[in-house]
Design a protein. Structure first.
Length: 556
């Protein structure tokens, strides 16, 4: 049976009409009518996550896995504000997260009544759309309510996805669940427009440029896009830079460009400077690439995206191309001449090939354990990478082309990784892999609570006793506050926390233990989630990292 509240019924029925069936629910009484209505219809798959901060990231993990919108439902008051970190991540990763919050009557705000604060538009400019529903008393209210929910759901799934907020005021009595049916509701259909441009001027510009560089930012795997890019690269002299988070791996592309730019000698920089840069997709991790292109600005820089937002990462944007990136590259490829000689590609590629990954014989360290884990990942794995050093260290190792990579690089919050991976694993049928640092792990610890039903996680926890990344930042490494405060140095072990969560724990403090542990960690048949804690030494890890970078300097 459903709640009798009509704005609740409209919300739930419209989410169903839009095909949104994954609902992450945090407990509460004000949202109990919503919870009752969602959970009474077998169309919806409801997940319970008690703390809203983790619930938001858990929902993001489901979105990453299913590539579809997901709703998270919370009660009133600070519950809503705890969703802000996930909303910001969804905004900058362009993920369709729908926040459905229950609210109390606004006349009680600031009147010493309980669990109430101004909720409408609580996320400000971080949500694509925020609507405050009326309580339905007549036909006009009903039409208005339906229209507002449609507006929010269209905004969330239109050409450019992003988080939206639907605030649902629900006055007492709350618990009348005597409604037998969801109402028939109007869905306003919005076929996503296909945008086109005149490609000829772009093709001409391309042909007139000699040094072309394409940068692929973070994006989900899209085999069609990968093929189109391959055709372009075969046909033309151009360089394609990709990171693991671009999900676009190819032997002909360059993924070690961050190390390459580090190794590049000053007097050679001019040869590597592009005159045309094309950038598509989301974030790139490499600060060196951003620095290189800001210092060596291309004459022409196109950003290709579904949205009209200006993205001028290299401070030299000449064209903002609002178009489906795949179509743009396809059209471009079809309208340019084939080139036999590829001097610019050969220049970059031959240097890239001289820069090897860290060797197998480096000491037991962050880099060593990361490399060993990555080498053993099976084909078609789903790999999540925490922010901080993890995503950067992983970039130094080759990845199998079929592996899909996920990372919350929207705003890089270290609280986000663990709950997102758990949300992902909750709907994914196979094994889900994660590499994570200790501060990121302990920050997200609460998300391990109550997950013994999730059996498909394989986590490498690299415990170097603090925020390793801060020990690598030039200038910061000599500061007296570094160890204790900036990097929050600690001696905490994860063992007891992991065991209390009902997950299988293994640890590794040297190469032999690592080898043994990894063979269990990679065992997909093991019927329990596994976390392997690698105890690395901060100082050794720092030195191994430095020595690697020192060595690649001689690649010139
Ligand atoms: C929510 C949030 N708070 C603080 C930071 C700043 N921050 C960036 S990296 C980092 C340390 C991460 O340490 P750890 O997870 O142990 O990874 P490591 O660098 O050791 O690999 C911190 C605190 C952040 N990114 N997000």
């Amino acid at each position: 049976m459903f709640s009798v509240k009509k704005n609740v019924l409209q919300t739930v029925a419209l989410l169903k009409e839009y095909g949104i069936n994954q609902i992450v629910i945090s407990p509460g009484s004000r949202n109990a009518p919503l919870i009752q209505t969602f959970s009474s219809d077998s169309f919806f798959e409801c997940h319970t996550v008690v703390d809203e901060r983790n619930a938001g990231f858990y929902a993001i993990g489901i979105i990453q896995c299913a590539q579809r919108p997901v709703a998270v439902c919370c009660t009133s008051g600070s519950a809503l504000l705890n969703l802000a970190p996930a909303v910001s991540e969804a905004f900058y990763q362009q993920l369709p997260l729908i926040v459905v919050s229950a609210d109390r009557s606004p006349e009680w705000i600031g009147q010493m009544d309980g669990q109430i604060l101004p909720q409408p538009n609580a996320f400000g400019s971080l949500s694509r759309k925020s609507v405050n529903l009326p309580e339905i008393k007549n036909d006009t209210d009903e039409w208005y309510c339906n229209r507002l929910i449609n507006e929010a759901l269209i905004a969330c799934t239109a050409n450019i996805c992003g988080p939206v907020h639907i605030n649902v005021p629900i006055s007492e009595p709350l618990f009348d669940y005597s409604e037998e049916n969801l109402p028939k509701v109007r869905k306003i259909n919005y076929p996503t427009p296909v945008k086109t441009i005149d490609i000829i001027p772009f093709a001409k510009k391309w042909s007139n440029s000699k040094k072309r560089l394409i940068i692929i930012g973070q994006q989900p795997k899209n085999n069609e896009f990968v093929k189109t890019l391959e055709l372009l690269a075969e046909k033309s002299d151009c360089i394609i830079l990709n990171e693991h988070i671009s999900n676009c791996i190819n032997d002909n592309y360059i993924s070690n460009f961050d190390a390459l730019l580090y190794a590049l000698e000053e007097d050679k920089v001019a040869d590597y400077k592009p005159d045309l840069v094309i950038y598509t997709g989301g974030h790139i991790t490499s600060k060196r690439l951003k620095h290189f292109l800001r210092q060596n600005k291309p004459e022409v820089f196109w950003y290709i995206s579904n949205a009209s937002d200006v993205v001028d990462t290299f401070q030299s944007l000449t064209n903002l191309v609002e178009m489906q990136p795949h179509n743009f590259f396809k059209n471009l490829s079809e309208n340019i001449e084939e080139e036999k000689d590829k001097p610019f590609y050969n220049l970059w590629k031959s240097f890239s090939e001289k820069i090897a990954s860290p060797e197998n014989n480096i000491p037991f360290s962050d880099l060593f354990v990361t490399g060993q884990f990555i080498k053993l990942l099976p084909e078609n794995s789903k790999l999540h990478l925490a922010s901080s050093s993890t995503v950067r260290n992983a970039q130094l190792f080759d990845l199998k082309q079929s592996i899909e990579v996920y990372s919350n690089r929207g705003v890089n919050g270290i609280e986000s990784t663990l709950p997102s991976v758990i949300g992902f694993a909750s709907v994914y049928k196979g094994i889900v892999y994660l590499i994570i640092g200790d501060l990121s792990f302990f920050y997200g610890l609460n998300s391990l609570w109550n997950i013994s039903h999730i059996k498909n996680l394989r986590i490498l926890l690299v415990n170097n006793g603090g925020g390793g990344i801060f020990h690598l930042l030039p200038g910061l490494n000599k500061s007296s506050s570094l160890k204790e405060y900036v990097s929050a140095g600690h001696n905490t072990q994860a063992e007891k926390w992991i065991e209390a969560s009902g997950l299988h724990y293994i640890s590794a403090s040297d190469k032999d233990e690592l080898e043994n542990g990894l063979s269990l960690l990679m065992n997909e048949e093991f019927g329990q989630s596994i976390i392997m804690e690698a105890h690395t030494d901060m100082e050794t890890s720092k030195n191994v990292f430095r020595e690697y970078y020192h060595k690649i300097k001689s690649a010139n």
